[in-house]
Design a protein around this ligand. Sequence first.
Ligand SMILES: [Zn+2]
Length: 211
Amino acid sequence: MTNVVLNIHLSEMEDQWSWSGNGANEFSSNSVKKLIENNNPAFVNGEVAWEKTLPIKVNFFCWRALINRLPTREAISRRGIIIETQACPICNSHPETVEHLLLNCPGTNMIWTSLSQWCNIPSFHVDSIRGLLDHSNNINTTTSARKKIKLIFITAMWVIWKARNDTVFNNKLWNINRLVDDVKTWSSLWINNREKNGDSMWNSWSTYMSS
Ligand SMILES: [Zn+2]
């Protein structure tokens, strides 16, 4: 440990973020996308779609969830790091796996039920992130609505993960109604921003959903 620390040379400069993904230290969403495509066969096989409507951080998060790379307590423990508990910080009664936290925890289940009602689709149960995305692709509705439901699903996972971190690191209370509202707000904002360039289907669809 001492050797590791001694080998680090600190500079007088102020700390700053840098991006070495494209070799030019210049960050761009395209360079992240290229990096992921080049490093992950799932992208090359077209199994993971890059959702242009959603911010890059949300796409990146979704990809990490899909390949089981989120630092849940179960994942941290699996990597040999000793932690106090593997239990889900929301329900405290099940190991915190990606699938449990994002899909099946009693504290997140109700979010999915509310969102299903909002999207006017039947309640559903899936056991994997891939299962969730596949489910969104197979819902019996118009292509346009299916697409938006998928974006809402991805947004929901992202909101749940952020809230989980707030609970773990900032002792914030888990408030299901607030989280459902957050998913509605963020997904509507992103979808509306995108749709400004075309597709008027969203307006009629969102009016329909809120009526
Ligand atoms: Zn739980």
